[in-house]
Design a protein around this ligand. Structure first.
Ligand code: IVH
Length: 676
């Protein structure tokens, strides 16, 4: 990359960061996850370190937080509100302490005492008290200048309005975190991604009356400007805060030695899901105020404090229950219901357990303490469970031998291709016998790649199912619209729209139609192949004769698994009924055929061995373009066997036995008037 490209890349990242900040700080809305946001900040700082010509006033290395939003009056902090540097590993902590010792010109024998305070993930605020009266409250803003949110802060019951203790400083900025309790967040989780966003949203309401509606809490942990503060240690200050009527974090501790910090960190991390407030790490502050003063600040963070962050993609929580979900194909998927926990800014309350084997392999049980991972876009899953923490009466999880929905036996099939027993257990019912499977089939039927009915999503399927408006796919085309019109949330116009979008989809292509039936092993690609092969739906539907099934095996890409699945689909009376009734209400368009006057019309081909400079796929499409057909095995139906390098001897011998023409690549191309 040249300088310009590097600069462009950097500018792009800064621009994105500004966008995220604006949304978060001005609209109280995160448009990215915390981990993605942190990652972006890290990338920017790394680029700056690598290329010293990169500079921006909006760089996270310069800016603490963000400029205050326009809704509130701004005011300067008397002492800036700093940020904290982060530590992730034990090594980071060792380095942090080493630097401090160096700065103080002390050796390892010098024992440093830390105030270890679980870091509440909320919104920081600075409260000015003069002569014991709460006078003004500012948000952090950009660290230098905050928003005057006094009226909103005054609605918080944890914030004392008057403090009469004699030893309370005459003038002080008490600083701490405004947050929302997890139990209160439960009622708000549809509106906000996590408790911090909810707290921020509440605090930024234009009217204090609105702030009052969302219950906020305040925990105090530091101070800004002060006059008359007599304490000389953070731990004493925290104790005093309690006496003055502030809440402090009950998990605060005074600790020395890195090993002990780590032990405390691990213990607190395990308690995380049981706390009623979100924490994202532990803040370590040198306990002695004199030492803090000597150490001072670097850029925008103090030298005397660090935030030991929890992993942004893993967390520890408790498995409350194991649910079994049933998919469209009857697959039983176990899902762990976990005590909600914040992983990288997202509240996680479900984790997939994949299948029965996974549960057995990891011996996952209800009540276990587990490590849950949520990395990138992958569905959260259980990494491991802590067997030492297991209660004596804990029982091994027994996977249901009967379908939890319909009671049918559950089975593990033998996979003919892999010659192994499937890891997935399935409900053995067929057709539309099992309610859960039927609902999933309906969801598949209306999905994007299938009927793609506008405004007819998964939620509507569930809703209409519950109301007994639909049970089979054909019911979608015979809906009782006057009944729907009277349902909550529906009206004349929305029903009209729904009717219109359903009617529009009555005209459907054969491939989409085959796909929408949800035949196991027939995905979009296979549906396309079948559609091309059968051309019309009546031909596909009438394949009752053995010979037609065998013929299907000649379609490249369709194997025995697919054929036997189609067979079993059509042998079920529910399925037959669905197909017949759908056929009555729909117009299923024939597949567009390749012209049948090409050079290879009525001729069948099979390739064996490696060809030169032309792929199998290209040969296949060449054949089809010229009205020929490719088949997958040597049989009497084959007209030409094209042989490349190292052909399968068996195929060649058999072809010769059947007196089939065996041709070379060059001979084949000649048939198309092409030279090799
Ligand atoms: S001390 C200079 N103590 O963490 C010291 N901060 O990234 C800075 N926080 O803005 C603040 N719990 O929102 C401190 N016990 C605690 C804290 C804490 C949470 C937050 C606070 C601050 C951010 C720093």
């Amino acid at each position: 990359m040249n300088k310009k490209e590097i600069q462009d890349q950097y500018k792009k990242k800064i621009k994105l960061l500004i966008k995220y900040n604006q949304s978060y700080f001005n609209n109280s809305k995160s448009i990215v996850s915390d981990s993605e946001y942190d990652e972006l900040k890290k990338e920017i700082i790394l680029l700056e370190k690598k290329y010293n010509f990169l500079k921006s006033n909006n760089s996270p290395s310069k800016v603490v937080g963000h400029k205050p939003s326009k809704n509130f009056k701004k005011d300067l902090h008397r002492v800036p509100m700093l940020s904290l540097s982060n530590a992730f590993t034990e090594d980071d902590l060792i380095n942090f302490e080493k630097k401090i010792l160096n700065f103080l010109s002390e050796n390892e024998k010098f024992k440093i005492s830390y105030s270890a305070e679980p870091k509440i993930d909320g919104i920081s605020a600075s409260l000015t008290y003069k002569n014991g009266n709460f006078e003004r409250g500012l948000s952090r803003g950009d660290g230098r200048e905050g928003e005057d949110i006094t009226a909103n802060l005054a609605t918080i019951k944890d914030i004392p309005k008057k403090i009469s203790n004699k030893d309370f400083p005459e003038d002080i900025d008490i600083r701490g975190e405004v947050f929302i309790q997890n139990s209160d967040f439960e009622n708000l989780k549809d509106k906000f991604a996590n408790p911090r966003n909810a707290a921020s949203g509440s605090l930024r309401q234009k009217s204090p009356e609105d702030t009052k509606k969302i219950p906020l809490n305040f925990i105090a942990y530091t101070f800004g400007f002060e006059q008359g503060l007599k304490q000389i240690k953070q731990s004493d200050y925290l104790k005093k805060l309690g006496e003055w009527g502030f809440k402090t974090n009950p998990l605060n501790k005074t600790i020395s030695g890195i090993k002990n910090l780590i032990q405390n960190y691990n213990e607190v991390e395990e308690q995380r899901a049981n706390l009623d407030f979100d924490i994202d790490g532990i803040v370590y502050k040198i306990n002695d105020f004199d030492l803090q003063k000597r150490l001072g600040n670097v850029a925008n963070a103090p030298r005397w404090a660090i935030a030991h962050k929890f992993s942004s993609d893993k967390a520890i929580s408790e498995i409350l229950d194991i649910d079994i979900q049933i998919g469209r194909t009857g697959a039983l998927t176990p899902v762990a219901k976990i005590k909600p926990v914040n992983i990288g800014g997202v509240i996680v309350s479900n984790a997939t357990l994949h299948n029965e084997d996974e549960i057995n392999r990891k011996d996952i049980r209800i009540g276990d303490t587990a490590v849950i991972e949520r990395a990138g876009d992958v569905i959260p899953h259980i990494l491991s469970v802590d067997k030492k923490k297991r209660l004596k009466n804990s029982k091994k999880f027994i996977f249901p031998k009967n379908c939890p929905s319909c009671g049918s036996e559950t089975i593990k099939e033998f996979n003919k291709v892999t010659k192994k027993i499937d890891a997935v257990r399935r409900c053995s019912s067929e057709g539309y016998y099992c309610d859960k499977i039927s609902i999933e089939k309906l969801k598949h039927f209306v999905s994007k790649e299938a009927f793609n009915i506008d405004g007819f999503g998964k939620k509507i399927v569930e809703n209409f199912w519950k109301l007994k408006l639909i049970k089979y796919p054909q019911d979608i085309f015979n809906l009782n619209f006057s009944k729907i019109e009277n349902l909550e949330g529906w009206g004349k116009l929305s029903v009209q729209n729904l009717k219109y979008s359903i009617d529009q989809k009555k005209n459907i292509s054969l491939e989409r139609f085959i796909y929408s039936l949800g035949i196991r092993h027939i995905g979009l690609e296979n549906a396309k192949l079948l559609s091309k092969h059968f051309v019309s739906f009546s031909k596909f539907k009438n394949l009752s004769k053995q010979i037609d099934y065998e013929d299907m095996l000649n379609i490249d890409g369709i194997g025995e698994t697919q054929v036997s699945s189609i067979k079993s689909f059509f042998s079920n009376k529910d399925n037959k009924k669905v197909v017949n009734e759908l056929e009555n209400v729909l117009l299923i368009k024939d597949a567009i055929q390749n012209s049948d006057n090409g050079l290879l019309n009525n001729k069948t081909f099979l390739v064996t061995g490696k060809l030169n400079g032309i792929s199998r796929a290209e040969v296949k499409s060449l054949i089809e373009e010229n009205s020929g057909k490719t088949i997958s095995s040597v049989s009497k139906k084959l007209n030409f066997l094209i042989i490349g390098e190292k052909p399968t001897k068996k195929k060649v011998d058999y072809a010769k036995e059947l007196k089939i023409k065996v041709i070379s690549q060059a001979e084949f191309l000649k048939m198309l008037n092409k030279s090799s």
